[in-house]
Design a protein around this ligand. Sequence first.
Ligand SMILES: C[S@@+](CC[C@H](N)C(=O)[O-])C[C@H]1O[C@@H](n2cnc3c(N)ncnc32)[C@H](O)[C@@H]1O
Length: 292
Amino acid sequence: MNIISQNLSIDDAIKKIAELFNKHEIFFGHGTDNAVDEATELVYFTLNIDLSSTQNINDRIILEDEWKAVHKLAVLRTETRKPLPYLTNQAYFCHEKFYVDERVLIPRSPIAEMIQNHFNPWLEQKMVKNILEIGTGSGCIAIAMAKYFEHSLITATDISNAALEVAKMNVKYFSFEKKIKLIQSDLFDKIQGKFNLIVSNPPYVPREVMKNLPQEYSFEPSKALLAGDNGLDFIARILHDAPPFLEDDGILVIEAGVASTEMEREFKLPFKWIDFEFGGEGVALIEAKHLK
Ligand SMILES: C[S@@+](CC[C@H](N)C(=O)[O-])C[C@H]1O[C@@H](n2cnc3c(N)ncnc32)[C@H](O)[C@@H]1O
């Protein structure tokens, strides 16, 4: 590729990088789902423009050095297959930017949309006092919930101390130290109390599926993905152990992704599968009264 920037605008740069991505058939799915969106993130990151910037700056002509830096990062992405958020140490979730590195899963759960809708119509926002998140990783779900549920206290757990270090950084960055309690725990082991809402995006990838995932996934902690032979190792334990931790009118929201069909088959429970306006699937909601 020609690396001399001859009147290249930001828009041209995005198109060129998207072409490069398509040519190399890299996998999208770690925050973006297509070449243009990922190229936009890469170009904006390199030029230090916030993704949520409302100014229309895509006509701006970029400098040769800027183009060189954009191109270098794009080549690194295609050659290593490392997901872009691990190269930039940032990922977007619920319109907020989070610090990420290889200690945590890259935020992408469709649960984001439910949080932005305040889990309507299943919860009354004002009545939600205590929320528990199991398997918080970067802390993105807990932090987004802290933002959307101003009057709630959130307990967020993870078995991985390395992941909790990242969550701690993000909690501090958003100044939520008083609203979010981080606990190292194997699922509910160290949890006390009752919650109006329990949310979890647990590991749910079956062993065989794991073997055939695109290379990009190999950079994520296997502890965040792998869930035994049928993907239900953690889901089964959460469904079994959750009842004493739920208020009588509480709800459990659980992402099952590729294990959704198996979960439906295995547990004969009245799950409500959520329809997402902005994409995503495989998230079930169940009311406490149906679990007890
Ligand atoms: C799919 S990731 C979700 C991370 C984050 N909540 C998100 O949505 O981006 C699952 C998380 O569960 C954690 N985890 C795995 N086994 C666990 C266990 N037994 N108890 C608590 N957390 C666990 C992993 O370390 C990982 O951070």
